[in-house]
Design a protein around this ligand. Structure first.
Ligand code: 5GP
Ligand code: MG
Length: 205
């Protein structure tokens, strides 16, 4: 009897939690496409803590410049920096490849590199996701020309199942399948960035 009651309570709690997750997504959605949760907020928080400990270990006794690739890495950068216990400063560049086209990769534009001063500094580039790797290849090549003391990359997500991925980030928090994802900074036509977890968008152009 007790076991039955426990089972029913578990099912009810799970259903309410799932409904809350779906509701959060659908509330802010301007599109009729379904959102399927891929990485929860708790899981993101947990991995960010682990990544922070790894960086503290790898950069012991050093000052670090965290360079955020906007806009996608905005939330990731903010949460990671609050966790990292190192002397750190923050810079940013802007990269865009999708623009208003949604999920179809367009021409890559890079802005703001002329404003960053990284010569002789230890730099960690933070981006939201590494897909084909074209963005990171270009960002890293441009930054290298400024002669940093060291230059590494950390991405929140990596679609490393891609056989033709031509850049391998130094640190990746999650390896994911080749699906189009939104939330926690990642957008579809500029929307969904303000979801606090990562979702698969059940649609692509
Ligand atoms: P890459 O140059 O590696 O092919 O793509 C990198 C950029 O494309 C990322 O920084 C991100 O802005 C965008 N991108 C790639 N895959 C996805 C995805 O699944 N969802 C979203 N929202 N953006 C993506
Ligand atoms: Mg990006």
């Amino acid at each position: 009897m007790k076991m039955k009651l426990f089972a029913i309570l578990t099912i009810l709690t799970t259903t309410v939690m799932l409904q809350a997750q779906i509701k959060k997504g659908s509330d802010i959605s301007p599109f009729p496409y379904p959102l399927e949760m891929l990485v929860s907020k708790d899981k993101i928080d947990e991995r960010i803590k682990e990544a922070a400990r790894e960086l503290e270990n790898d950069y012991q006794g050093k000052e670090v410049i965290f360079l955020c690739v906007m806009k996608g890495a905005l939330f990731f950068t903010s949460d990671l920096l609050k966790e990292v216990n190192l002397p750190a400063t923050l810079e940013y560049v802007r990269a865009s490849s999708y623009g208003e086209n949604g999920t179809v990769s367009g021409k890559l534009t890079l802005k703001g590199i002329e404003n960053v001063n990284i010569t002789d500094k230890h730099v960690i580039v933070l981006d939201d996701i590494c897909d084909t790797g074209k963005t990171m290849t270009k960002v890293m090549a441009e930054l290298k020309k400024l002669h940093p003391a060291s230059l590494k990359s950390m991405v929140l997500l990596s679609k490393n199942v891609r056989s033709k991925q031509d850049y391998h980030p130094d640190y990746a928090l999650f390896d994911i399948q080749n699906r189009f994802v939104v939330g926690y900074g990642l957008d579809y036509k500029e929307y969904y960035r303000n979801l606090d977890a990562i979702y698969i968008l059940g649609y692509s152009d």
